[in-house]
Design a binder for this molecule. Sequence first.
Ligand code: G3P
Length: 211
Amino acid sequence: MKLFIDTANISEIEEASKWGVVSGVTTNPSLIAKEGQKLEDVIKKIVELVDGPISAEVDEGLAVDMVKQAKVLAKIHKNVVIKLPMTMEGIKACRELTDLGIHTNVTLIFSVHQALMACEAGATYISPFMGRMDDAGFKSKELIEDIVTLTSIHGYDTQIISASIRNLQHINDAALAGSDIATVPFKVLKQMVNHPLTTAGLKIFADASKK
Ligand code: G3P
């Protein structure tokens, strides 16, 4: 499973890109707003740091307006992926952009039928949200398993980006369900090297070395 970083913070991307495990970046309007900069300006900086798919989300609205905004964003760099909302207008925009050869990521997916619509619209990526699924009292692990089943039994090329990752359990569930990608906040990515027994083992070895 590939690891993307889910942030618009340039320092986080700079540091994480040095670890050699991050192959893409996803952003959303909330993450961009936190940085207090224009979407285009942030995306221009990110494409210089990571050589992989960089998701930039358009403002939700009519397909015609989203396609217009998408064309501007797509011109920034060949790695820019247009993130679209899971609405009928988003689906229409997805089909249009796919036909133009622009890569897309349909976001805010919470069911198999939504995933199916996006796959049929030719989405390059779909983003089911794990944390928000659990928040609403559903089981995110089953969501990812079901969407993996959907894409594999029907042979869709669309790749699954497990998103709204809040903890290590989400990563384990996404990986074992067969998600193609997990997009992970910086804090959780850093935790991925940890295990209490690793920490304890290192202390035992360090103490032994001193003797
Ligand atoms: O990738 C989507 C993600 O940024 C949403 O995360 O924690 O706001 O549900 P969260």
